[in-house]
Design a binder for this molecule. Structure first.
Ligand code: ATP
Length: 299
């Protein structure tokens, strides 16, 4: 039997169509209720077999992305192969998803590494065991094992997949500044007024045929406490086009739902000065593998 020598995966980003803070656990973690949505902005992870006893390598050219055990891809391999210094594979990561954006880039790469290494090395690890490993690597990682649209509760690890949602067009933008998630939570804790809740309205509007109804329902508790200069600018530009700006995760990316491609192209043009701006579509699946037929397939 010919053994496959490499696997090429693309790993989607996400936005949070809603993010409500629902409470705080005794251990200090905030609980949330959030609708996660995978979008067609991808990193690419290539995993190659090398000699069994050769040390694992991870190569990534992106500025500020570590290539050692601080990288979630590296950590995924350590945990899955149960070795501090894994062997037998070489990985290359091409980043397109911005960091410190709230778009889940690192978590998505991590899920792809788990799925990809299992497939390439034909490891007998069950889906359940892989999900548990994913949750131990980061609260957002289990979502990316399946992608699409899902309701996340608890600290993000309790997932309910939501099937068959119509495709939507979004413009996602981010400036150079990143945000600190712990600082965002501290600011939320200091707020005296009750936090707005969006998830129920988003769930009600998800299947609607009028995109505007869904976009009007989207929102994020961190919107109230995140006010960097570039975020303010993105919000102003989106609002001036009649598009509601919503933070993704704890920021610093902001997305706006558009009714047409023309509206999205206009908005993208206006946001060209930003570090990152992209027209994205929502997608119904997660990590995909490049097939010998030249087509991307769901893993
Ligand atoms: P989230 O959306 O989950 O809040 P994020 O927006 O903070 O994530 P990430 O791309 O996940 O952005 O990266 C945050 C930090 O994690 C980076 O600054 C980097 O040092 C580290 N990191 C670890 N693994 C990765 C990875 N595979 N890709 C990018 N950054 C990674």
């Amino acid at each position: 039997m010919i053994q496959e020598q490499q696997i090429i995966l693309r790993t989607p980003a996400k936005v949070n169509l809603s993010l409500d803070i629902t409470g705080r656990r005794a251990d200090g973690y905030h609980t949330l209720s959030s609708v996660f949505q995978a979008i067609d902005c991808y990193d690419t992870l290539t995993i190659r077999r090398i000699e069994n006893d050769a040390p694992m390598t991870l190569c990534c050219q992106a500025e500020g992305v570590p290539c050692d055990s601080r990288n979630l891809v590296y950590r995924a391999a350590q945990r899955l192969l149960q070795a501090e210094e894994p062997r037998g594979i070489a990985m290359t990561l091409e980043k397109n998803i911005p960091s410190q954006a709230g778009m889940g880039g690192g978590s998505s790469d991590c899920a792809a590494a788990l799925l990809g290494i299992r497939a390439l090395l034909k490891l007998s690890v069950s889906d359940q065991a892989l999900s548990e490993l994913a949750a131990s690597l980061g609260a957002d990682v289990p979502f990316f094992l399946c992608g699409g649209t899902a309701l996340a509760e608890g600290i993000g690890e309790i997932l309910t997949p939501i099937p068959d949602v119509p495709e939507r067009i979004l413009v996602v933008a981010k400036g150079r500044e990143g945000v600190s998630t712990p600082e965002g939570y501290r600011k939320l804790d200091r707020l005296e007024e009750p936090l707005p809740m969006y998830t129920k309205a988003v769930l009600d509007a998800l299947h609607t045929t009028q995109p505007q109804r869904l976009f009007a329902a989207c929102g994020n508790a961190f919107d109230a406490v995140t006010n960097l200069r570039e975020i303010r600018k993105i919000r102003l530009v989106m609002s001036s086009c009649g598009v509601k700006p919503v933070l993704s995760g704890s920021g610093a990316a902001v997305f706006g739902g558009c009714e047409t491609m023309t509206q999205a192209a206009h908005l993208e043009q206006l946001l060209q000065g930003m570090d990152f701006v992209r027209i994205c579509k929502t997608i119904p699946y997660g990590v995909q593998q490049y097939g010998t037929d030249g087509i991307w397939h769901s893993l």
